[in-house]
Design a protein around this ligand. Structure first.
Ligand code: AMP
Ligand code: GLY
Length: 426
């Protein structure tokens, strides 16, 4: 079989790497891919992100299955396009992916179906948004207010603040007086610890995939600006068996039933961003209609089963026959980012010191890299994801950081505390 993976980040490198290990797979194409997918002999890059060009490629090359990594092509309807051409593709339709691309849709959906999340209002009118912010601060002084832009914002569309002026400034930015059609969500603050909870869905039912914890801030100690994610580890110890059961029962099952009932059955990976309160009650912070990046990297290193039959099981609505085996160890990814990330990532710096060979329990996944005249150079904000397995979070940290230190490029930056919440707990 030939497989096509759509995207160019660390998540897509990990998906392609994993699918290439399947005995049924002859070749994996990555579109457009990166420097790492170009170097790997089992993978080939195809230089396009245009859904129509990709569909023509899939037809011509007789691609047996296309797997979509990022959110943008899903929101653009790549799955609908492929389906209309009778091409097999794994991911949600545009209508199902609205759970991610519209915060307003997601919040209203959760309200309709009684799915636990922060109370919120959606405003298309700046005056109403300003009034809601003032009312929330008046009702709960000292508690942060959360303001979110409605569309896909690559993690930059959320302000969580106790500063009244900052909350009002976010409204001015995202809902200016002359903006017609713009919307934002003002919601209550949720206290607790976050986790990423992944399930794989066939439109009716879901099987748990894995849990992870991401590190969104740039700097150690969860300080500095938000990023796409500076590292992750899996599993997330905060998701105890009791929390896991509550997520499946109170969130995942009603979400799938609700989506099917509303005529938008969800097929694909569903990413439930959770806030788990001190009493173990999970609430939804956000839904994503895809795997996480960098969470995919540690999760797939832990996955012992072949990924291909799992995806096929979901596409054939036979998930009940699917069983997934996981390595019991902890997997941990440290992201090496470029100079200037996240605001102005510098490109073109030569990368040195990558390990010559990969092993079963340590892989460097590429993200923002490119091959230029035979040299591997930085080509984006998040450059590499050093991913290892260890018997505990601490052991995994030790190995990952020893490996990270040997890899060098000008301006390299990384966090030194990935996994800190899990140390001693697992
Ligand atoms: P989102 O784009 O909705 O995932 O929000 C980005 C980040 O903002 C989340 O990962 C949380 O850290 C934080 N956040 C969003 N909504 C809330 C909330 N209601 N309460 C507390 N933190 C939140
Ligand atoms: N790591 C966060 C995300 O993929 O959205």
């Amino acid at each position: 079989m030939k497989i096509l993976v759509v995207g160019s980040g660390g998540r897509e490198h990990a998906l392609a790497w994993k699918l290439a290990q399947s005995p049924k797979v002859q070749r994996v194409y990555v579109a457009p891919g990166n420097g790492g997918t170009a170097l790997d002999k089992r993978l080939s890059n195809f230089p396009s992100s245009d859904p129509r060009v990709l569909a023509a490629f899939a037809e011509r090359e007789k691609i047996a299955l296309t797997v979509v990594g990022p959110d943008a092509p899903l929101a653009d309807g790549i799955v609908d396009l492929f389906q209309s051409l009778k091409l097999r593709i794994f991911g949600p339709t545009r209508a199902a992916a609205e759970l991610e691309w519209s915060k307003d849709f997601a919040k209203a959906f959760m309200q309709r179906h009684g799915i636990p999340t922060a109370p919120s209002v959606t405003c298309d009118d700046a005056a109403a948004a300003h009034a809601r912010v003032d009312a929330q601060f008046a009702a709960s002084p000292g508690v942060p207010v959360v303001v979110k832009a409605d569309g896909l914002a690559a993690g930059k569309g959320v302000v969580v603040t106790t500063d009244v002026d900052e909350a009002h400034a976010a409204i001015d930015r995202w809902l200016p007086a002359d903006a017609s059609g713009a919307r934002l969500v003002v919601e209550e603050f949720l206290d607790g610890e976050e986790a990423s909870f992944f399930v794989i869905c066939d439109g009716r039912s879901a099987v748990p995939f894995a849990t992870a914890q991401d590190h969104k801030r740039l700097l150690d100690g969860d300080l500095g600006p938000n990023t796409g994610g500076m590292g992750a580890y899996s599993p997330a110890p905060i998701v105890t068996p009791d929390v896991h059961a509550r997520v499946m029962q109170q969130i995942v099952r009603p979400t799938l039933a609700g989506m099917a009932g509303e005529g938008r059955p969800f097929t694909g990976f569903l990413y439930v961003g959770l806030m788990i309160d001190p009493r173990g009650q999970p609430r939804v912070v956000e839904f994503n209609a895809r795997m996480g990046d960098p969470e995919t990297q540690p999760i797939l290193l832990r996955m012992k089963s072949d990924l291909l039959p799992v995806l096929e099981g979901a596409l054939n609505a036979k998930l009940d026959e699917v069983e997934i085996e996981w390595d019991r160890r902890t997997a941990l990814t440290v992201v090496l980012a470029s100079d200037g990330y996240p605001s102005t990532p510098r490109k073109g710096d030569a990368i040195h010191g990558l390990p010559k060979a990969e092993s079963d329990d340590a892989v460097v996944f590429h993200a923002g890299t490119a091959q230029v005249d035979g040299t591997l150079v930085t080509d984006g904000g998040r450059v590499l994801g050093v991913t290892v397995l260890g018997d505990s979070v601490k052991m995994a940290q030790k190995r990952a950081y020893a490996m990270a230190e040997t890899i060098d490029f000008a301006g390299r930056q990384y966090r030194h505390d990935i996994g800190w919440r899990g140390v001693g707990r697992r």
